[in-house]
Design a protein around this ligand. Sequence first.
Ligand code: GDP
Ligand code: GDP
Length: 456
Amino acid sequence: MALAAEEGFDAEEIGDLSEAGPMPVLAVVGRPNVGKSTLVNRIIGRREAVVEDKPGVTRDRVQYEATWNGRRFRLVDTGGWEIDVFGLDAMVAAQAELGIQTSDAVLFVVDATVGATDTDEALVKLIRKSGKPVVLCANKVDGLSGEADAAMLWSLGLGEPYPVSALHGRGSGDLLDAILDKLPPAPEQTFGGEPLGGPRRVALIGRPNVGKSSLLNKVAKEDRVVVNELAGTTRDPVDELIELGGKTWKFIDTAGIRRRVHQTAGADFYASLRTSAALEKAEVAVVLIDASETLAEQDTRIISMAVESGRAVVVAYNKWDQLDEERRYYLEREIEQDLVQVQWAPRVNVSALTGRHMEKLVPAIETALEGWETRIPTARLNAFLGELVAAHPHPVRGGKQPRILFGTQAGAKPPRFVLFASGFIEAGYRRFVERRLREEFGFVGTPISISVRVRE
Ligand code: GDP
Ligand code: GDP
């Protein structure tokens, strides 16, 4: 399991999510094999991009940055999930739905040589329902003779089909022009597609039965916000505004939490998808764990998803009312051993049943968000690094002593540091630096990333 501060955490990717807010998002949607990946590669002008991505639920909705005519946007490739698990149609629809939900516009790709299939029609319905602007790409039109195939796709009712050969590039310029026409100019600062300054966004996540619905009902009991039109919020029926500790919070995907998902085959998988979609929209994740049961592999996986998403994290142990002495003893050891990856996260021990320590939840969330947004001025960072390096130099390797020369905080939400060094800095030393950074500056409740650039 990769620790956030180590190599597993991709600073550049997280950077995009946190700071490239102004960039509009285009979801690329379509059946498998219509050429989505080929088209994405064509648009971003890289061959290797898609091939490199590994399957796995958190990483699957892969985002890329693209530029056309000086305008930048983000591409979300909704392909890439393992197809074979629960039947193709369900898979394709689930992927598409999530992709569409989080985008500003949709690029719908159809294989013109095959024509519109039932799955294509189903996708059209989803897109229509979303009300998002859409550009229709008739792919695999490799030559003039294919243009007639493309024209057949007018029947989908999505407007002009743009004939394209993703493979050879034919027509891709016109397609990109059409895409830019549909994408909003985005001068506004946003995060996760939401304008900044609205209610803070919380994802309440955890495996089934840990008490998510109960907790939500408890906190929302008296103070459910009825008006769904607060300034600076976008309406999303699955989210809920809840007043807590004198502030309004947006709980992401509460519909998904409240809905009783039956334990059919695949429920886990969909729960996982919802979790990653919720994380994408959220700023802070409250990971709920059932304190009365041994920590499950699924708990650890959800924690990893939260950490890897680069969101602030609070760990909440629920069902505290059910603990006996013995369980409490084991729980403490579990926390030490199995929660190392979120040692830095604030922890609250609550009971959704009795209401125990509910009042500690908001301060924990606020602390985590504060850590997540922290920026250390460069001068202060370098004063700290200078002292650190002088007092605890990197071990000598092969007769040389690699040194950290200076550093800078490249971004926040979560904090990202770039250190410049005179040689290779070992993982152990990086961890040491992270530990000391946390001791010095706090960063409670947030993953941080440290990348090292070696100056020859
Ligand atoms: P995805 O599953 O939608 O991402 O589809 P891929 O990009 O993996 O493409 C599926 C297959 O269609 C691959 O064999 C591609 O080489 C092929 N393909 C993609 N675009 C074109 C195209 O414009 N023309 C032709 N002839 N083949 C294409
Ligand atoms: P979800 O699937 O995560 O939304 O979990 P639920 O909220 O549906 O809770 C699952 C079960 O745990 C229900 O039977 C709840 O009554 C119970 N439960 C939830 N929170 C607590 C708690 O703090 N203490 C106890 N004893 N039971 C709880």
